[in-house]
Ligand binder design. Structure first.
Ligand SMILES: [Zn+2]
Length: 356
């Protein structure tokens, strides 16, 4: 082929992919604003509140507009019997194998100052964009189930309820070959992917068949390397006290799935190199000095560990707002959203290569 032709093809591909990226950024940012910006959209979405219910409606409408087979699962929780619901959408529920992508849609209460921009407006917005892309793909070898879980922040109520119901039907449970949890996938300094802890979680189900396989984590790592390159790919956290390399605890919606014998991966943006309040546990998400009373860059910790009160965390704090994060980290959240969307779309498109 003529060299000029090759150059033209490469140039038009580049133009096309950057136009695509622009369109994706616009799409995900708009959804993110509608979920987490209280001036133009919903804002804080505490479990059991009207705002949480409004968010459920928003999600359900979005899934239906994509033409996905959509259902709702209502449950009650807590001593006041508050109501919440999971919103579930399938691309092709008749297929024998299912991969789950999940994101919780509630946020912490208003009194934390958080509007749930990254925890978990980011995960939810990305999931909706991925659902929109996957709803248009006609030929896939497996069903993709998108689940927006309610009431995560008050003890994983939605995911626990979902897995309880699922476990009543072994066949249905066995259809699920992997689960990916998007919880706080933007905001922090790095994007990590974890697998379930090698020591089983405290599982509430009697028939627990705990699963700590790393196959879905490794597939996400590979997809991220393919999409983002070696330098920018997802990372797995180093070993720290009580946690071998790359494994995570039971504090989010992946835990009930691991308990039910399903391999999980959990995508989370944070920073495990910081010596935070309780050590190197990843709870401190960023070294940005605005998130600390005084940050000691040399020792990667608070200047005075005994007296300081701000520990570099965004989640559950007044920093978890779209506008605030944009001021502190220009373009970071949108870039991380786009990266996560591209990685997950690639994983879902390539999935047959590693599915059992
Ligand atoms: Zn969360």
């Amino acid at each position: 082929m003529n060299k000029i032709f090759i150059v033209l093809i490469i140039a038009s591909n580049l133009l096309c992919s950057s136009a695509n990226a622009e369109a994706q950024i616009e799409k995900v940012s708009k959804i993110h604003q509608q979920i987490a910006n209280s001036n133009v959209g919903i804002g804080a979405r505490e479990a059991g509140s009207i705002k949480e219910k409004d968010t459920a409606k928003y999600i359900s409408t979005a899934f239906k507009e994509m033409g996905l087979s959509t259902s709702e699962q209502e449950f009650s929780f807590g001593k006041d019997n508050l109501k919440s619901r999971n919103i579930i959408a399938d691309t092709n529920p008749l297929l024998a194998k299912t991969i789950v992508l999940a994101a919780h849609y509630d946020s912490t209460a208003k009194n934390t100052g958080s509007l749930g921009a990254t925890d978990n407006g980011a995960g939810l917005a990305a999931m909706l964009v991925i659902a929109s892309t996957m709803s248009k793909k006609k030929v896939l070898e497996y069903n993709i189930r998108f689940i927006a879980f309610g009431a995560e922040e008050v003890g994983l109520q939605g995911s626990k309820y979902y897995v309880q119901q699922l476990s009543k039907n072994i066949e249905k449970r066995n259809e699920i070959i992997a689960m990916v949890n998007f919880d706080t996938i933007a905001g922090g300094d790095y994007i990590y992917v974890h697998s379930a802890h090698t020591t089983p979680y405290k599982c509430s189900l009697d028939n627990a068949q705990y699963n700590s396989d790393t196959n879905i984590r490794e597939a996400l790592l590979a997809a991220s390397k393919k999409v983002l390159g070696e330098k920018n790919q997802y990372v797995i956290h180093p070993e720290y006290e009580g946690y071998p390399k790359g494994v995570t605890g039971s504090w989010s919606d992946h835990a009930p799935f691991a308990c039910a014998g399903i391999p999980i991966a959990y995508v989370e943006s944070t920073n495990f190199t910081i010596n935070g309040k309780d050590g190197y546990d990843g709870y401190s998400q960023s070294i940005h000095p605005a998130l600390w009373d005084c940050y000691d860059d040399k020792n990667k910790t608070a200047c005075n560990r005994n007296t300081e009160t701000k520990w570099g965390n965004i989640w559950h704090s007044q920093f978890d707002k779209i506008e605030t994060l944009e001021q502190l980290f220009p373009n970071r959240v949108t870039k991380q959203l786009l990266d996560n969307i591209n990685v997950m779309n690639t994983l879902l498109s390539d999935f047959y290569q590693f599915s059992k």
